[in-house]
Every structure is written in structure tokens, then in C-alpha cells.
Design a binder for this molecule. Structure first.
Ligand SMILES: Cc1cc2nc3c(=O)[nH]c(=O)nc-3n(C[C@H](O)[C@H](O)[C@H](O)COP(=O)(O)O)c2cc1C
Length: 156
């Protein structure tokens, strides 16, 4: 029986979106954008501003920004790739909103991220804490090329 695969991603400025598309093409997966109810403006993602929306959200571990629309029928998926930009060494809070919105028990979840250079390790640890029931596979930082090859490798 063939696996049903979803690539779910959040992207504030397009980099992670491009990687997510590559993975979806390589894995023959459906693509779902974790789209914020309230889109992030460029002022919102100014990490040098102590008062910007992203800074305030990342300073508050309990913050859960709302998602515009849910995944249609999450139950059909066996494997879910979850992609995001690294924000302050971890996943943006809206990814926590996503993880806490579904029952991932019995599903394989595979994280990937883009960043300005930080690795994915701290984010991986944080993700697992928000969704301990999933079967987590090792995550991958995907700056530059190689997303399609990696996706095929982890799916085989
Ligand atoms: C609020 C904020 C915080 C960030 N924090 C980090 C960080 O801790 N380490 C890092 O390497 N890059 C950091 N970045 C850079 C992004 O991870 C990087 O540009 C990413 O590829 C953007 O992906 P996107 O275009 O899909 O949003 C940060 C960016 C923003 C907006």
C-alpha cells in the first residue's frame, strides 16, 4: 500500500516555501501552508526590533498564533514533513500551534528548516516536546540545494 505524505510548512519570506515545494515534488506529497490568520509584515519579522511581533511571540513560550485554515482530513496522512525558518534557534510559535492542533499518534513526522546558519537541533528538541505522540525522524537543515535528494532518501 502506498504511503500518503503531506509537506506542511510555514514561511515568512519565501525561502522555506521553495524548499517545501521541492520536497513535495520529490516525495509525491500534498503541500499545505501553515498560513497565519494574520500575515507577517516585514516589520513583524524584524528581529532587531525588541518590540516587533516576532520578538514578542518568541519571548512568550505560550504564544500560539492562529492558523488561517486547517489541513483537510489529516487522518489520511501516514508521514508529515514539517518545515519552518529557524527563529531564535527554534521553530516559530505558529509551528507549535500546528503541532498541537492534530493527533499525530501513529504518524511519522520529519522536520526540516532553513536558517541564516543556525542548526536544527534545538528546534528538534522543542518540536518533540510539543508533540510527543508522533514517531519523529531526524530533522534536516536545508540551506542551499539537496532538498529533493534528502526527501527521496528519508522516504526510501
Ligand atoms: C524573527 C527571526 C528570527 C531569526 N532567527 C534566526 C536564528 O536564530 N538563527 C538563524 O540562523 N537564522 C535566523 N533567522 C533567519 C531565518 O531563519 C532565515 O532567513 C530563513 O531562511 C527564513 O525563511 P523564510 O523565508 O521561509 O521565512 C531569523 C529570522 C527571523 C525573521
Amino acid at each position: 500500500m502506498s504511503q500518503k505524505v503531506l509537506v506542511a510548512y510555514f514561511s515568512a519570506s519565501g525561502t522555506t516555501a521553495r524548499v517545501a515545494q521541492e520536497i513535495a515534488d520529490a516525495a509525491g506529497a500534498d503541500l499545505y501552508e501553515i498560513r497565519p490568520e494574520q500575515p507577517y509584515t516585514s516589520a513583524d519579522i524584524n528581529w532587531m526590533d525588541k518590540n516587533s511581533r516576532s520578538t514578542r511571540e518568541m519571548n512568550d513560550p505560550s504564544c500560539r498564533p492562529a492558523i488561517a485554515e486547517p489541513v483537510q482530513d489529516m487522518a489520511q496522512y501516514d508521514t508529515i514533513f514539517v518545515g519552518f525558518p529557524i527563529w531564535w534557534y527554534v521553530e516559530p510559535r505558529i509551528v507549535d500551534t500546528f503541532l498541537e492542533s492534530y493527533d499525530f499518534a501513529g504518524k511519522t513526522v520529519i522536520p526540516f528548516a532553513t536558517s541564516g546558519g543556525s542548526d536544527i537541533r534545538k528546534a528538534e528538541k522543542s518540536l518533540k516536546g510539543h508533540c510527543p505522540s508522533a514517531s519523529w525522524k531526524k530533522g534536516q537543515l536545508l540551506n542551499g540545494s539537496g532538498a529533493a535528494d534528502w526527501a527521496k532518501r528519508v522516504m526510501s
